[in-house]
Write a new protein. Structure first.
Length: 284
């Protein structure tokens, strides 16, 4: 009986500490431009630690199912202007298409059967259109396109316009221009505006003043950014997208900086933290 009492006391104390910890964590006083709410996006789906590859339906569907507002996606284009979801510079190593180079070296028909090198069989590279066409409630979701430009053509104006044109056609077809953000350098985002694209741009590698002076929607940054810089961006009317969140501690550090959008590899704990986790969804 005495040992049972000790066990019971240990459980009660542990639960008390847990509840106190949760109460403290849920009392964040969010102040941002997004109506004081942080939009939660998965990092390429459920994140780097998930059992299925990033940027696949197998990783995207679960993060939406558990309650995220959407997800960041790594996008590239093929030679025939098909927008695909893929992170690495070459297909070799990451997929079973040994010896294959950049996705831009091929037409979509040549690489669409390049399945990922994973324990799970037959997980293909997906085109962005395949994903958009299969997701229920698409118009209520948000996506941030991390544009992985071909390193040899990164400053080639024709190529950049080809890339943006593929995004524009996809967004217009699915009426998603307001829900698809574009991450890129200042010149890339200014070209998007010149092309009449309505997508909100998040600039990478430019100062807050440069973004504000060029009427860019927001900046992309990390949790290592000083709070003063985040506040300054907000004072200039710039929204803040924060990425590089690999842990619970990283999530909490980011929250304290009051960003408007968060991309995270740990979507489950942050959704629980904000009481937005969908417990009715069964994660595969």
């Amino acid at each position: 009986m005495k040992s049972h009492s000790k066990i019971l006391m240990f459980v009660l104390v542990s639960l008390g500490l847990l509840f106190n910890r949760c109460d403290k964590e849920e009392n964040y006083n969010i102040k941002n431009l997004n109506h004081d709410v942080i939009m939660i996006l998965g990092h390429a789906g459920m994140g780097d630690l998930y059992k299925y590859p990033n940027n696949t339906m197998e990783a995207i569907e679960p993060v939406i199912g558990i309650g995220a507002d959407g997800t960041e996606l790594d996008v590239q284009i093929t030679k025939d202007s098909v927008l695909i979801l893929f992170h690495d510079e070459t297909l070799d190593g990451r997929t079973r298409c040994d010896g294959f180079g950049s996705p831009y070296d091929y037409n979509w028909s040549e690489i669409k059967d390049c399945s990922y090198n994973t324990l799970a069989d037959n997980i293909p590279i997906y085109s962005a259109e395949e994903v958009f066409s299969r997701l229920p409630g698409l118009v209520d979701l948000y996506f941030s396109f991390d544009c992985k430009l071909n390193t040899e053509l990164v400053y080639n104006e024709k190529y950049r316009r080809q890339f943006l044109g593929a995004i524009k056609r996809l967004c217009e077809k699915y009426q998603m221009s307001d829900n698809v953000f574009i991450e890129g350098d200042l010149g890339f985002l200014l070209t998007a505006k010149e092309m009449g694209m309505r997508n909100k741009g998040f600039v990478v590698g430019s100062s807050v003043d440069a973004a504000a002076n060029n009427h860019i929607f927001g900046i992309g940054t990390t949790p290592d950014t000083p709070r003063e810089e985040i506040d300054y961006a907000h004072s200039k009317g710039l929204y803040v997208m924060m990425w590089g969140l690999k842990s619970d501690a990283g999530n909490k550090k980011a929250i304290e900086l009051n960003p408007d959008f968060i991309q995270t590899d740990k979507p489950i704990p942050i959704l629980m933290l904000f009481n937005r986790f969908n417990f009715d969804y069964s994660i595969p």
